[in-house]
Ligand binder design. Structure first.
Ligand SMILES: [Zn+2]
Length: 202
């Protein structure tokens, strides 16, 4: 009888393989930072870092618009603002690959149909899990909802802290950056814009 084939000792959970050149890149970076990549505590770090980056950048693996493919037409005549706020997210800045942490408020004025509310957060995460700048993240989320739900208006406000500012450079912890994108009614009609911003808490 053949013995049971156990899990790969090196990779017991079936995590993605990390090619040697990717591990080498992380070793080079550790050395560059001033440490010894061969010391015990750092020996498995290149694989961990490589897998962590696959996770941070999961957004490249699909088009966030897929989350808006299924809509509900029965809205019972509801034609007021739909808002999801305080949605936490993490991203990484494309200039330093440093973490960006923040929260978003996403609103739209439906035309004929709505989408499951969690889908707005999924669209946000789809774009956030890439190398980003906050301005583009804000614009991409708004544009995706605009293009695929064809609502009367879209409003996206993002407030975030940037690791490249808080942990390096000017080192200013606690400083938040706010970006916003208004489209349709929220852009054209001041009253609607004020209303949505006040619902968002701004
Ligand atoms: Zn940066």
């Amino acid at each position: 009888m053949s013995s049971l084939v156990g899990p790969d000792e090196d990779n017991p959970l079936g995590k993605p393989d990390v090619p040697e050149h990717v591990q080498q890149a992380v070793r080079t970076l550790i050395e560059w930072a001033g440490d010894d990549p061969e010391r015990e505590g750092l020996r498995d770090t290149p694989k961990r870092v490589a897998r962590a980056w696959l996770e941070y950048c999961q957004g490249y693996q699909h088009d966030p618009a897929v989350h808006l493919a299924r809509v509900f037409e029965e809205v019972g005549g509801y034609d007021e603002v739909v808002l999801l706020k305080d949605i936490p997210f993490q991203s990484h800045c494309e200039h330093h690959m440093a973490p960006i942490q923040g929260k978003a408020a996403i609103a739209y004025l439906p035309r004929d149909h709505v989408v499951g509310i969690s889908k707005l957060a999924r669209v946000l995460h789809g774009y956030a899990r890439r190398l980003q700048i906050q301005e583009r993240l804000t614009a991409e989320v708004a544009q995706c909802i605009w293009d695929h739900l064809k609502p009367h208006g879209v409003a996206v406000v993002i407030e975030a802290q940037h690791g490249c500012m808080t942990a390096r450079g000017v080192r200013t912890p606690g400083v938040g950056m706010i970006t916003s994108r208004m489209m349709g009614t929220f852009l054209e009609d001041q009253r609607s814009r004020k209303e949505v911003l006040s619902l968002m808490g701004y």
